[in-house]
Design a protein around this ligand. Structure first.
Ligand SMILES: [Zn+2]
Length: 310
């Protein structure tokens, strides 16, 4: 949908609310409690009600908007703006764009959208040829009571650790000018892990890759666990660091682009929210060819039940 079409169609609160309602109508034509097909809409209460068992189904319930006081226009416009650019917006920029007077609710809205994006991507596992490696992202910790940042002694402990996996498709056999294999990236997943131990890697890898996939990792012993998770695990011991980029080109490009984007746009991200920002990066990367369909797809993710896990 072009911007002029979008803002003509969704110019006010009523048109935005009507759109949300239309998108959920189908889902609520059946009562979730008793299965009855006789439900009706109560405008004042913003909900559907079952004629048989009187079960109520709120318009926002179970969506990304549940428990939010922001109006439908702010939500719809935000979902649209988020899909508009590859780079995205900071909460402050979005606050100006949607014309809201307070920063905090908009920041919260963006985090919820990022959670919904991650939840959508969790439905898929990577298959085929996969490059897997670990990535380190600069996260900021909360200040302690005396206002000092709690800094772990080691540099490595200060960074947010993540497992990064990219599925690839070989295009032709051979190498490019930089000596990298000529492959095309498919889909990307980045999962934050507590540590790079065998147990933590196994837990995340099981959710990321399909059992039929061919996974290539470096020679670290903690990746040996992949032998049990995917049928085909190749560990390549890389002695020369310059060779890493040739063996795992896409995973390193993805890590470097994610770092640039997150730092460039948001400057500092608290480590506990890092996964949300990575969700947005992966979601957009995985749908980079969707074009104008992006908004519609993000609506699917935002309205999906349940968007969070209790
Ligand atoms: Zn019912």
């Amino acid at each position: 949908m072009s911007s002029s079409d979008f803002f003509t169609k969704f110019s006010d609160e009523a048109s935005c609310k009507a759109y949300f309602k239309a998108r959920r109508e189908l889902e609520h034509s059946t009562c979730k409690q008793c299965g009855s097909l006789h439900t009706y809409w109560q405008e004042k209460e913003n909900r559907w009600r079952c004629k048989e068992c009187k079960h109520a189904m709120g318009l926002k319930k179970g969506t990304v908007m549940e428990n939010s006081n922001l109006n439908y226009k702010v939500w719809l416009w935000s979902l649209y703006f988020v899909t508009l650019t590859k780079k995205g917006f900071s909460a402050l920029e979005l606050q100006r764009l949607v014309g809201h007077r307070r920063y905090e609710p908009i920041w919260g809205l963006m985090q919820k959208i990022r959670v919904a994006m991650g939840h959508r991507d969790e439905k898929y596992t990577l298959d085929g040829f996969i490059e897997m490696d670990e990535g380190f992202f600069e996260g900021h910790r909360k200040k302690d009571e005396e206002g000092l940042r709690t800094k772990p002694a080691k540099e490595l402990d200060r960074q947010v650790k993540a497992i990064v996996a990219v599925s690839t498709t070989p295009i032709i056999t051979g190498e490019d000018k930089k000596g990298r294999p000529i492959t095309k990236p498919g889909y990307l997943k980045i999962s934050v892990v507590q540590s790079l131990s065998k147990t933590d890697i196994a837990y995340e890898a099981e959710k990321i890759v399909a059992q039929t996939s061919y996974v290539t990792t470096d020679g670290k012993t903690s990746y040996r666990t992949l032998n049990d998770i995917c049928g085909n695990h190749t560990a390549i011991v890389v002695k020369d660091k310059k060779q890493v980029i040739k063996i795992f080109p896409w995973v390193h490009i993805a890590i470097s682009n994610a770092k640039k984007k997150i730092l460039g746009l948001h400057h500092s991200v608290k480590d506990i929210y890092m996964q949300n920002y990575l969700n947005e990066f992966c979601y957009k990367f995985n749908r980079r060819y969707f074009g104008i369909k992006m908004f519609d797809r993000l609506m699917v993710a935002a309205l999906e039940k349940p968007w969070y896990k209790s």
